[in-house]
Write a protein that binds this ligand. Structure first.
Ligand code: ATP
Ligand code: MG
Length: 137
């Protein structure tokens, strides 16, 4: 069955949005197969976002992701990679429809509270970066 990597970023955790976000994936019907609270190092954050290393916001993005606890998760279910991105909304909360996580719960692109893998290959790579195989149930 398809799996994706989802993370609640430090702003989402700090704002008390863990249950709200987890609840949306649960209520949709997806299955949680791994979860942990972790403060990533800046080096780890840079690995996670390595495809964005040439972008001007990269350094700030890595500082931000490593600034506090992140809820790292793996969710499983039919079409979860693509539909998970649909639940999340667009990269910019301003462009995210109401009803999506970013559309309902945040305003700034640099503080958009949640991450989701953008495709099957990324999902495999990100799950492997954040979790050991034995951490997946
Ligand atoms: P994510 O990978 O976090 O799920 P995404 O796939 O929607 O988000 P990406 O293009 O992968 O978007 O960008 C990764 C993250 O970098 C975004 O979630 C956002 O927090 C940040 N980001 C993207 N564009 C900008 C920007 N122009 N200014 C500041 N931060 C940005
Ligand atoms: Mg992305």
């Amino acid at each position: 069955l398809e799996r994706t990597f989802i993370a609640i970023k430090p702003d989402g955790v700090q704002r008390g949005l863990i249950s709200e976000i987890v609840g949306r994936f649960e209520r949709k019907g997806y299955k949680l197969v791994a979860i942990k609270l972790i403060v990533p190092t800046k080096e780890f954050a840079a690995q996670h976002y390595d495809d964005l290393s040439s972008r001007p916001f990269f350094d700030g993005l890595c500082d931000f992701l490593s600034s506090g606890p992140v809820v790292a998760m793996v969710w499983e279910g039919q079409g979860v990679i693509k539909y998970g991105r649909k639940l999340i909304g667009a990269t910019s909360p301003q462009a995210s429809e109401p009803g999506t996580i970013r559309g309902d719960l945040c305003v700034q692109v640099s503080r958009n509270i949640i991450h989701g893998s953008d495709g099957p290959e990324t999902a495999v790579n990100e799950i492997g970066l954040w979790f050991k195989p034995e951490e997946l149930v």
